[in-house]
Design a protein around this ligand. Structure first.
Ligand code: PA5
Length: 423
């Protein structure tokens, strides 16, 4: 059970000896992260979070999930950014939810919310509203609207069962709303930033209610913490990945495309884009994170990857053992001449498409690497989350930025508040 890192298609671009040459800088980044002496050190509580999560707390959340499911047909998870993407990426990757989970507060499209409210109006609904600051516009307004619908359906007492708030322990409007109305609430630790919060109640509460195997998710992250927290450039693949992308960016490869031939990784890649975009891109620096889902995007962006401007590198996420098997049937007429793969698993064909693409892109001048998850399960997803968190902290420090803030996100808010007349 593990994640395997393949660097075959970096030959001629980045070798282990290039990584070794910057080992003292990687060691400094590692020490700064470990000792909290790097910029944003006060918000690096995620780094040993998996090993600090109490098993009793996981059991408590599993029970909460059973309870909420016993009187709910569906759950609405309200949040944006780090209070949204980790939840959705886990649910959609695992496809193992026990009740439908809907999302609100991640956009302000009126038609989207209208259709969501219509689709749940005759259902028994519970809500998890998540905001670390407790003050973000999009989820705050969505919560108002959803709460109004719930108030028309349920008594005040019933609302106390159906509304769960995940927010700061003391500050913010959402904390105030929870305490004033007696809604159940969970605290997001001060020292864990939004996009690093999937293993706090931000992710664990809605995932437990959806019925996702949060115990395995946390166990996988614990394995990630064990494997990727050591300064060991020969074996720590998170540090190898961080160093490789940093060195590639220094060679003019300013765009990283993470691609997968498994469509259930779509939202994992959205989560990854937030983690890397918000963490690295500041002070005029950063690598632009983009994502592709193959084969769909091979027939659109595949052209750009093969022959476009050579400022791109690529990271594939492969899955060794998908959860299901479909054999390609034999066709007596064989007009499409695909009896060559009759009797083979569809995943065999998909894997050849991945191998062919990685090799063609490499030959076309796109250095690429592959992370292979042995299985598409909660354990490996937890390990992958931790892998990416560790790696972005190191690559952010290598780039010379504070990977744990996001000052640029405030610019649109200031202008929006001015337009709305908000003080
Ligand atoms: O990474 C971050 O901190 C941000 O992307 C936040 O997660 C996002 O802005 C949502 O913030 P909040 O949970 O305070 O509503």
């Amino acid at each position: 059970m593990s994640i395997i890192f393949n660097r075959e298609h970096l030959k001629g671009f980045i070798e282990q000896k290039d990584i070794n040459k910057i080992s003292s800088r990687i060691e400094k980044a590692h020490n700064d992260l470990e000792q909290g002496t790097g910029s944003g050190g006060e918000i690096t509580g995620w780094k040993d979070l998996p090993s600090r999560i109490e098993n009793n707390f996981i059991d408590e959340l599993v029970k909460l999930g059973e309870e909420v499911r016993s009187y709910s047909d569906c759950v609405i998870s309200i949040g944006i950014g780090g209070s949204y993407l980790g939840i959705r990426s886990s649910v959609e990757f695992l496809r193992e939810y026990k009740i439908p989970i809907h999302y609100a507060g991640n956009n302000m499209s009126v038609d989207y919310l209208h259709h969501l409210l219509e689709s749940v109006k005759d259902k028994s609904v519970s809500v998890v509203v998540i905001s670390k600051s407790g003050a973000t516009t999009e989820p705050a307004i969505a919560f108002r609207i959803v709460k109004q619908m719930l108030k028309e359906k349920y008594s005040e007492e019933e609302l106390k069962k159906r509304i769960i708030c995940v927010t700061d322990g003391e500050k913010g409007a959402l904390r105030h709303i929870a305490d004033t109305n007696g809604y159940r609430s969970f605290v997001i630790p001060d020292d864990v930033g939004g996009r690093f919060s999937i293993l706090t109640p931000v992710g664990l509460v809605p995932l437990a209610i959806a019925g996702v195997d949060i115990k395995s998710l946390v166990d996988g992250a614990r394995k990630g913490e064990e494997e990727y927290s050591k300064f060991d450039l020969e074996n720590n693949i998170a540090y190898q990945y961080a160093a490789t992308r940093y060195l590639l960016s220094k060679k003019g490869k300013h765009i990283e495309v993470t691609a997968s031939f498994y469509d259930n990784l779509y939202y994992v890649l959205e989560w990854w884009k937030q983690l890397y975009g918000e963490s690295e891109a500041k002070d005029g620096k950063g690598i632009f994170p983009a994502s592709l889902i193959m084969s769909t995007d091979l027939h659109s962006m595949g052209q750009l990857m093969q022959e476009g401007a050579r400022n791109v590198f690529e990271t594939f996420i492969d899955i060794e053992r998908p959860n299901h098997s479909i054999l390609v049937p034999k066709d007596d007429e064989d007009l499409d001449e695909f009896n060559i793969v009759a009797g083979k698993d569809l995943d065999y064909v998909n894997t050849q498409a991945y191998k062919a693409t990685a090799s063609a892109h490499f030959e076309g001048g796109v250095p690429n690497m592959t992370l292979t998850l042995c299985q598409a399960d909660a354990f490996h997803l937890g390990q992958l989350y931790y892998f990416y968190e560790r790696a972005v902290a190191i690559s952010g420090y290598l780039l010379g930025v504070n990977p744990f803030n996001q000052p640029g996100v405030e610019a649109y808010k200031k202008k929006m508040f001015a337009l709305l007349g908000k003080k």
